[in-house]
Design a protein around this ligand. Structure first.
Ligand code: NAD
Length: 344
C-alpha cells in the first residue's frame, strides 16, 4: 500500500485532470480539485467529468472535494491553501491549444503565466515540497532532431502557447532551486482517449465523420503526432506522484541533463515513442466509425509543428513505465466512448 497523500489537482474538470482524479481516488488518495470551468469548450462535458469523479468517490467512500477557483484569484487560492495542508500539487490547469493562442493570447498570459506564478507562490508560502506540472511537446518547436529528448534546446517556440510552457519550466526550475520545491514538469505528447478535448483532432474529426461533414486535413496529411493514450498519461503522472523529483545526479549523469544539476527539478517526456501519420490516423478513425471521411486538404497552419516524436527513455528510467497502448486499440476505445456519450 502506498503512502496516503493529500493532493491538489488543478484543472480537475479538464480532460487529463479529471482522469487523474479518478485514478488517484481509485488508489485511495485524498483529492482536492479546483477548476474555473471556463467556456473554452463545452462546459457540460467538464461538468459530466466532475459528476464521474463525484460518483466514484461516493462508491469508494474516498475523500474528494471540488472548488470552482481560478488560478488568478489569489485570495481564494490563499484560503484554499490555508484550509488544506497539501502534500503535493499537480498543476494541470492552463489555457491549452496551439491555434487558439494566435487569436486569444491574453488567455495564455493569464492562466499559464500569472496563474502558474500564483501556484508557485502558494507552494513557497505554504512550504509545500512537491509539484508536478503540465508542460507540452510543443516546446520542441520545429526541432529536426528526432526523437525529441529532454536534453534538446527548447528556446525556439513557434507559438505563444509553447512559449508559456517553456516559461513554466524555467519558473519552476528557479523556485525549485531557491526554495527546494521538488518539481517534475511533464511534456505531454498529443493526449487522446475517452472524455477528450473537443478542440483536438480526434474529437473534431470524429464529430465531422459521424455527421458526414468535411474535415480539414492540414499540410495535406503530411503531419505526424506521437499520440499518447490517456490511461498511459495518467499512469505516468500517478507514478510521479509517488516518486518526487530529486537532485540525485547519479540518476541523470549519463544523460548529462543540466536542468536537474542545480535543483530538484526534472523534465520528463510523456509520449508513445511512435509517431502516427495524419492520413493513417484518419484511416483508423474511418474504420472504427464505419464511415468514410470527406477530406478537405489544406496548407499547414501557423504555429503548427510537422512532427512530434518522444524519446521516453528518461520517463521509463524514472518510473519504470512507458506508454503501452497501441494507437489502433486507443482509437477503438475512444470511438466506443464517443458513440456512447454523443450518439447514444
Ligand atoms: N491534452 C493534450 O494533448 C496536452 C498536450 C500537452 C500539454 N497539455 C497540458 O496538459 C494540461 C491539461 O490539458 P487538458 O488536455 O486536460 O486540457 P483541458 O482544457 O481539458 O483542461 C484544463 C482545465 O483547466 C481549467 N483552467 C484553465 N485555465 C484555468 C485557470 N486560470 N484557473 C483554473 N482553471 C483553469 C479549464 O477549465 C480546464 O478544465 C494543460 O496544462 C495542457 O496545456 C495537454
Amino acid at each position: 500500500m502506498n503512502r496516503e497523500l493529500k493532493i491538489l489537482v488543478t484543472g480537475a474538470a479538464g480532460f487529463i485532470g479529471s482522469s487523474l482524479c479518478l485514478k488517484l481516488l481509485e488508489n485511495g488518495q485524498n483529492v482536492i480539485g479546483i477548476d474555473n470551468i471556463n467556456d473554452y469548450y463545452d462546459v457540460n462535458l467538464k461538468k459530466d467529468r466532475l459528476k464521474n469523479i463525484e460518483k466514484l468517490s461516493f462508491l469508494k467512500e474516498k475523500s474528494w472535494q471540488f472548488f470552482s477557483i481560478a488560478l488568478e484569484n489569489t485570495s481564494k487560492l490563499n484560503e484554499l491553501f490555508d484550509n488544506f495542508k497539501f502534500d503535493l500539487v499537480v498543476n494541470l490547469a492552463a489555457q491549452a491549444g496551439v491555434r487558439y493562442s494566435l487569436t486569444n493570447p491574453a488567455a495564455y498570459i493569464s492562466s499559464n503565466l500569472v496563474g502558474f506564478a500564483n501556484i508557485l507562490e502558494a507552494l513557497r508560502k505554504n512550504e509545500i515540497e512537491n509539484l508536478i506540472y503540465a508542460s507540452s511537446s510543443s516546446v520542441y518547436g520545429l526541432s529536426k532532431k528526432i526523437p525529441f529528448s529532454e536534453n534538446d534546446c527548447v528556446s525556439h517556440p513557434i507559438s505563444l502557447y509553447a512559449a508559456t510552457k517553456s516559461s513554466n519550466e524555467l519558473m519552476a526550475h528557479s523556485y525549485s532551486h531557491l526554495y527546494g520545491i521538488q518539481s517534475i514538469g511533464l511534456r505531454f505528447f498529443t493526449v487522446y482517449g475517452p472524455w477528450g478535448r473537443p478542440d483536438m483532432a480526434p474529437m473534431i474529426f470524429a464529430k465531422s465523420i459521424f455527421e458526414r461533414k468535411p474535415i480539414d486535413v492540414f499540410n495535406y496529411g503530411e503531419m505526424e503526432r506521437d499520440f499518447t493514450y490517456i490511461d498511459d498519461v495518467v499512469e505516468s503522472i500517478y507514478r510521479c506522484c509517488l516518486k518526487p523529483a530529486n537532485n540525485d545526479l547519479s540518476f541523470d549523469m549519463e544523460n548529462s541533463k543540466p536542468a536537474t544539476s542545480f535543483a530538484p527539478h526534472m523534465i520528463l517526456n510523456v509520449g508513445n515513442k511512435n509517431p502516427v501519420n495524419l492520413n493513417y490516423f484518419i484511416e483508423i478513425l474511418e474504420k472504427e466509425i464505419g464511415i468514410k471521411a470527406i477530406k478537405n486538404f489544406k496548407e499547414i497552419q501557423p504555429g503548427d509543428v510537422v512532427k512530434t516524436y518522444a524519446d521516453t527513455d528518461l520517463l521509463e528510467k524514472w518510473i519504470n513505465f512507458k506508454p503501452i497502448t497501441t494507437f489502433e486499440n486507443g482509437i477503438k476505445k475512444f470511438v466506443n466512448w464517443y458513440r456512447n456519450y454523443y450518439i447514444g
